[in-house]
Design a protein around this ligand. Structure first.
Ligand code: SF4
Length: 374
């Protein structure tokens, strides 16, 4: 049993039908409920819920304050490699793009990790493309072990692994996994991932299940917003996270909201997502899973990030660079995509304080679980 078996319970036509027939009184009923489920999520993402976004935002804010206090956790991505055998049409690292390819050596990893630690971060996200000859499980595990003394929390956002691979990551010191399905629409997925291992939809959608079975402490999902139609992508993302939270209760579930950004190759969003839709989605996710970590990256502009912080977001990246080695050697390498919020970690921290929140540089769960961590 995996999420691939669950998702078929909600065909697109059924979701759209339910969304189009939802009424204002049904929205009010869901907003008044203590706990909601995936069927209620359809209601919150429907056009009938649009006039209620303010009410949703207030409730999301209140729940987030209760569960997470006045804190925003900061993290930053570190790209280890931009080598990739896949052909994702929206990505600057697509195998067909003629860009300089880099895989960091242990010395470069050390330099990059120290640069990130010197900003103040103790929580880091490691990324690679998918290239088993250049950056495989052993390479990744060695990198994690190497930088483990510098960070209290290490997450990965890499190619899907089998269960043994995730167990190897846990043993090396990884505590979190982020993996985006990109789009939950099988046909669109096939068009956008024409070759390479990533063209296997089922292998990817089942990866969070394998991570849960392997004991990863945090599992994050998301859709790349701007690919499939907003309403169904938002629903399946929330349903996926909700399913994981129920099946792998030892893991904390998180949701990210990546909207497509300009990248080498010039891909334009197929179904652009508006700011209003993004707000509706963030609030709906908070109402569905009160304990979920909600991540917002520097893909979004400063103004929007500052306002979404108050509506349920718990984790924000800062000082991001999407090129391997880009923290230690700025401007030397090709980026995966262009970021929109280029404030420094200090500026982000000051903004968070100015809004009455506390910026947390260290993952509180791992600090609690592992008193010997940095
Ligand atoms: S999204 Fe990931 S897998 Fe796809 S081309 Fe880019 S780096 Fe490779």
């Amino acid at each position: 049993m995996s999420f691939a078996d669950e998702i078929v319970r909600y065909p697109v036509e059924q979701i759209l039908e339910q969304m189009s027939t939802t009424t204002a009184s049904r929205v009010e009923q869901v907003l008044a409920a203590e706990r909601i489920n995936e069927r209620d999520l359809i209601t919150l993402l429907s056009p009938a819920a649009e006039p209620y976004i303010e009410a949703m935002a207030q409730k999301a804010h209140q729940i987030t304050r209760q569960r997470f206090g006045n804190t925003i956790q900061l993290y930053t991505p570190m790209y280890l490699s931009n080598e990739c055998n896949n052909g994702c049409k929206y990505c600057g690292f697509n195998a067909k793009n003629n860009i300089p390819r880099v895989t960091l050596t242990p010395a470069e990893i050390e330099q990059e990790a120290l640069a990130i630690r010197n900003y103040g971060f103790r929580s880091i996200l490691l990324l690679t493309g998918e290239h088993p000859k250049k950056a495989d499980n052993n390479y990744l595990a060695a990198a994690v072990k190497q930088i483990r003394p510098l960070f209290s929390s290490i997450s990965i956002e890499v190619y899907p692994m089998d269960t043994e691979g995730y167990q190897q990551m846990v043993a090396a010191g990884v505590d979190g996994l982020t993996i985006y399905q990109e789009t939950y629409d099988r046909d669109l997925y096939k068009q956008l991932h024409p070759f390479g291992k990533k063209s296997d939809y089922t292998w990817r959608i089942e990866a969070p299940d394998r991570a849960g079975q392997a004991g990863l402490r945090r599992i994050g999902v998301g859709a790349l917003l701007g690919l499939g139609p907003f309403a169904t992508e938002a629903f399946y993302t929330g349903f996926h996270a909700y399913y994981l939270a129920r099946h792998y209760w030892r893991s904390q579930v998180s949701i990210s909201f990546p909207r497509i950004r300009p990248a080498d190759g010039g891909f334009a969003p197929i179904n652009p997502v508006s700011d209003k839709q993004l707000v509706q989605m963030v609030c709906a996710m908070r109402l569905l899973i009160p304990d979920a970590g909600l991540f917002l990256s520097t893909r979004e502009n400063a103004k929007l990030r500052d306002s979404l912080m108050r509506l349920g977001i718990t984790h924000m990246s800062a000082g991001s660079c999407t090129a391997p080695g880009g923290h230690a050697n700025k401007g030397e390498h090709t980026e995966q995509f262009v970021i929109d919020d280029d404030r420094t970690p200090e500026q982000m921290s000051a903004m968070i304080r100015a809004q009455g929140y506390e910026a947390v540089w260290k993952d509180w769960d791992s600090a609690f679980l592992n008193a010997s961590a940095v």
